[in-house]
Every structure is written in structure tokens, then in C-alpha cells.
Design a protein around this ligand. Structure first.
Ligand code: UGA
Length: 445
């Protein structure tokens, strides 16, 4: 089958390459000529384990090609739309890429006598697939929705850093459908991949659109909830949020995943999707989603909590040498979008600290923002050398391997473990006279 993928970011590229790996012919469309050239040369523009290898295989077998020319998808049976839906200043989503790609798809399909199924994978607020994508493509192509043109909304749940694994092993496939014919075609397509190893839910376009937001904002709310409890734990002798989360997870009604207390969530999805659902609720249906607003507020405060802890030890941070270990918004990615590290760095710069940084993958991206304002190091050890305090911001595996004695190279070590990865070495930190603080663990001052 010939499949078109419009928008070759994380979602589009991973989906396209997985589809190609099953023997389908995939045409990837992107407006970024540089990206298209890079992909056709076998290189991925971001770091994602396993993806480059899959791209090379797909190129070798001639089952994947990237292009900027929409005419290439004229004879595609299924066309996925996976363009970005960035935040506007008021938090609502900017639909300009959805609109422009729909127009271009419509033009490409004009005059075609075949049935084409359009599938929206981008995260869009309820109503967008039907009222914007469907309408534009039908109008521009001159084809009638239903008999000549199918329409589905099929949200994506892959995580950066494990994009390939998630795409190959989804726990659910949500199919929002305009009509039976569209839904059946997409269901059959995915069934060939996943058989009975996953759950399928077929529903309306609007339900599918909202399920995506509902899942991301629920997971974000779980994180803010556990971080709120973590802040309570820090004030109660003998309390630790790890044990509280474990205890809660033992209750069969509460899933223990996404209950890791820390400095909060970042990335290109959770903050954006929360803001979009809040803006949609307020602007489009006149409803105040109070829980979602609290989730965002708690998250905004949580990053700076690391600095509050530091101030207890160092008071004035002006001129002090502070190390940040971990810059990406989570491990196994070089992505720094809405990363907690950025909020911490901005605040430390404002307070006049000298900031030394190290991350296994995200140095280039951070340098692009901060240039000479930071001191860059090639290893955690170098970044710690003679520094006065350190904040572990991202839980990269190599930081988990640090030993308490490694921190003795600091001037007078104050360790703030923002991801609780060294808590099991607390006794040794104490024995060595190192001030060690972590999120959600009672502070003995
Ligand atoms: C998230 C969702 O998990 C995916 O299902 C979804 O497809 C994606 O958004 C999207 O909408 O595109 P992602 O942003 O890649 O995926 O990363 P996650 O692994 O979900 O982590 C998000 C943030 O939450 C990270 O900053 C992470 O450090 C933080 N987090 C996660 C915690 O602070 N505690 C936890 O227990 C788990």
C-alpha cells in the first residue's frame, strides 16, 4: 500500500518508518528542504535511539522517501497528518500548519478518482479534524467526504527517547472516525501491525481528539500531585515521598506509573497540551478547568524549588559557582523544549550565579540559547570540580552511577538531587560530611 506522511517530526517520522518496515511504500512530506535532504541522506535531525538505523534500512529498500512536493502523495491510499500544533501566546494551539497542510493535500488530491483516507495524528482540540481538516481538504480537492474521502483522528502516544519501542508496542490504538468506512480501513491497517496485542477503541472524531489531551493532562496532574505531596513530606520527620508513592501504588485503583517526584515535567507535550486544554475550555466552551490550572502552577513552582533549597545553604547566590547536571527535559533525548533546566538556569542567571553545565546529549542545544553566559564541561566530574553546589536536574544513567566521594572534588559540596537518584547513598553522603538534599525527603537542618 502507498502511504503518505505529512510532517516529519518525531511522530511523523517514527510512524512513517515503522510503516515502511512492514513493507508499505511511504512518502514523507515536509516543508523544510534541509530536513528532507538530510533524511534522504540517511540522517535524523534529532537524537532518537534506533531511528537512524531504521531510516537507512527503509532508504535501502526504497520504501521511504522524503520530499517537499505534495504531488507525491496523489496516489496514496492513506495520508497521515502529523504536523506541529505549537502554542500561541494565550496557550491555545496554532492551527496554521494544520490548515496549510490540509490545503496542500486538497490540491494534490484534486482530480483523483480514488478513495483516500485522511488521518490526523497531530494533537488537535475537539472539532478540528471535522471542521477544519475535513472541510478544507473536501473543498480544495472537490471530493466528497464519505464516499470519496475518508477521515479519521488517530492520536499518537509515543514518548521521545522510546519512540520506536512505543510505536511497535502501543497499549492502545484510538480510532476516531467520520464514518464506518473510514474507521474500518484504519482499523484493518493497524490490525495488520498489532493483531490482538493491543486494545482498539473506535469512536467519534471528537472523542479521539479529547482522549489525547485527557491522557496527557491526567499524567501531568499525577506528577504535580506527587510533587505537591513531596513538598509536604519534606516538612515531616521520617517521611519520604518514594515510600508514600509505593504505598499508594499498592492500591489496585492507583497505577504507580508517572508517580516519580522530582523537579517537575517539561518537554514539547505536557505543558503545551495542558495550556491548550485550559485555553480551549475557557475560550470555546466557557468552562474553568481548575485542576489543570493547579497542575501547571505546581509545576512552574517545582523547578525553582531546587534553588530555594540551595539558598538555605548558600544564602546569596551572587558570584557563586553552581553546577547543573542534566539539561534535556528527560533522559535519552537531546530535546530541551520547556526543560526544567532552562527555568533553573534563567533564575540562577538572574541571581548572578556562575553556572557550569554538563549533559550527555543536550549541550549543543543549550549552547544555542545561552552562548557565553554559561560554562560548558565535557563530563560531570569536570563540571563538579571546585563548584559550590550542584543540582541534578535530569536522571541520566551516568549520573546514577556517581558515588558520594565523586562530589568531594567540589569546594564545599552541597548536592541537590532533583530526581532522587542518589537517595540510597544518603548514609555515605552524611558520613563524608556532604550536604545532600533531595525532593520529598525530610530535611534535617
Ligand atoms: C508524553 C507522553 O508520555 C506520550 O504518551 C505522548 O505521546 C507525548 O507526551 C506527546 O504528547 O507527544 P514525552 O513528552 O515524550 O511523552 O515524555 P514523558 O516520558 O511522558 O515525560 C514527560 C515529562 O514528565 C518529563 O519531563 C519527565 O521528566 C516528567 N516525569 C515523568 C516526571 O517528572 N515524573 C514521572 O514520574 C514521569
Amino acid at each position: 500500500m502507498k502511504v503518505g506522511i505529512v510532517g516529519l517530526g518525531y511522530v511523523g517520522l517514527t510512524t512513517g518508518l515503522v510503516i515502511a518496515s512492514k513493507g508499505h511504500e511511504v512518502i514523507g512530506i515536509d516543508i523544510d528542504d534541509k530536513k528532507v535532504k538530510m533524511l534522504n541522506a540517511g540522517r535524523i535531525p534529532f537524537y532518537e535511539p534506533g531511528l537512524e538505523e531504521l531510516l537507512r534500512k527503509a532508504l535501502d529498500s526504497k520504501l521511504f522517501i522524503a520530499t517537499t512536493n505534495y504531488d507525491a502523495i496523489r496516489d496514496a491510499e492513506i495520508i497521515f497528518i502529523s504536523v506541529g500544533t505549537p502554542s500561541r501566546d494565550d496557550g491555545s494551539i496554532d492551527l496554521s500548519f494544520i490548515e496549510s497542510s490540509s490545503t496542500m493535500i486538497g490540491k494534490a488530491l484534486k482530480g483523483s478518482s480514488d478513495y483516500h483516507l485522511i488521518v490526523v495524528k497531530s494533537t488537535v482540540t475537539p472539532g478540528t479534524t471535522r471542521n477544519i481538516v475535513g472541510r478544507i481538504i473536501a473543498k480544495v480537492s472537490g471530493k466528497k467526504l464519505g464516499d470519496e474521502l475518508g477521515l479519521c483522528m488517530n492520536p499518537e502516544f509515543l514518548r521521545e527517547g522510546s519512540a520506536l519501542y512505543d510505536t511497535l508496542n502501543p497499549d492502545k490504538v484510538i480510532i476516531g472516525e467520520l464514518d464506518e468506512k473510514s474507521g474500518e480501513k484504519l482499523y484493518e491497517f493497524w490490525y495488520e501491525f498489532y493483531r490482538d496485542d493491543t486494545e482498539y477503541l473506535r469512536t467519534t472524531l471528537e472523542n479521539a481528539e479529547l482522549i489525547k489531551y485527557a491522557i496527557n493532562s491526567f499524567l501531568a496532574t499525577k506528577i504535580s500531585y506527587i510533587n505537591m505531596l513531596a513538598n509536604i513530606c519534606e516538612k515531616i520527620p521520617n517521611c519520604d515521598i518514594g515510600v508514600i508513592a509505593r504505598g499508594m501504588g499498592l492500591d489496585k485503583r492507583i497505577n504507580p506509573a508517572f508517580f516519580g517526584a522530582g523537579l517537575g515535567f517539561g518537554g514539547s507535550c505536557f505543558p503545551k497540551d495542558l495550556r491548550a486544554l485550559i485555553a480551549f475550555s475557557k475560550q470555546s466552551i466557557n468552562y474553568d478547568p481548575l485542576i489543570l490550572e493547579a497542575t501547571l502552577k505546581i509545576n512552574e513552582k517545582q523547578a525553582l524549588h531546587a534553588i530555594e533549597i540551595m539558598k538555605r545553604e548558600l544564602n546569596d547566590l551572587h558570584g557563586r559557582e553552581i553546577t547543573i547536571l542534566g539539561l534535556s527535559y528527560k533522559p535519552n533525548t537531546d530535546d530541551i523544549r520547556e526543560a526544567v533546566s532552562i527555568r533553573i538556569i534563567n533564575e540562577l542567571l538572574r541571581l548572578g550565579a556562575k553556572i557550569r553545565v554538563y549533559d550527555p546529549k543536550a549541550m549543543k542545544n543549550i549552547k544555542r540559547i545561552y552562548g557565553d553566559s554559561l560554562i560548558y564541561h565535557n563530563s560531570a566530574y569536570d563540571a563538579l570540580d571546585k563548584s559550590e553546589a550542584v543540582i541534578i536536574v535530569t536522571e541520566w544513567n551516568e549520573f546514577r552511577k556517581l558515588k558520594p566521594k565523586d562530589f568531594l572534588r567540589m569546594k564545599k559540596p552541597v548536592v541537590i538531587d532533583g530526581r532522587r537518584i542518589l537517595l540510597d547513598k544518603l548514609e555515605e553522603f552524611r558520613r563524608l560530611g556532604i550536604k545532600y538534599y533531595t525532593i520529598g525527603h525530610y530535611f534535617e537542618l
